[in-house]
Design a protein around this ligand. Sequence first.
Ligand SMILES: [Zn+2]
Ligand SMILES: [Zn+2]
Length: 226
Amino acid sequence: MRENQSDHDKQHNRYDLHVHTHYSQCAAIKPEEIAKIAIKKKLNGIAITDHDTIKGALRTKKIARKNGINIVIGEEVSTDKGHLLAYDIQETIRKRELLEVLDEIRSQGGIAVIAHPFTSLRKKFLQEIPTIKNRIDGIETFNGRIIMPQANAKANALADKLKIGKTAGSDAHFLFEIGTGVTKFKGTLREAIKQRKTIIETGSQLATPAALALSLARKMFGNKHA
Ligand SMILES: [Zn+2]
Ligand SMILES: [Zn+2]
């Protein structure tokens, strides 16, 4: 029997794998707001990936647990070669040298995913691919904040070429952005990425320019959690 859309959705987890809270200087989302918006967007999991800290993720996990939303403890690590997403880690990663960061993710039992590899500032990552391709678990092939669609298309082609797992996330810094990029999978996130069985769902990016402007303003004027 052919499965209909809602059966299909019931079988799959739906996670936004790239969300910032106000523990990132440029973001405004409060941990208290996450569960409600996740339910509204039909997500059953969210990875909190603040810049260089897991504090926001730990706090969100504590709060969202009551609502049945799974929070992945993540961090968007600022390496010397670009942004790297670490999932399922235990402690904030403070190293900055790419290979050292990858070692630490592994030693913490985490998952390593290259974030938005084709954004103009982050192209340094690409030179490192031959060295690190066996040490990363996935590539973020859809980032909801990328204005140039070809950057996501190139990331997707790169993951295919390297035969490596794919992830999607909104890169939300504001509540209205959550859910613009969704990773669908069955079973555990780790196995789905490693076995290249994730399904990438892309949403509307109409709000992206406004969100980028708000982030910039927030970065310039700062906030108390920075
Ligand atoms: Zn980034
Ligand atoms: Zn980000």
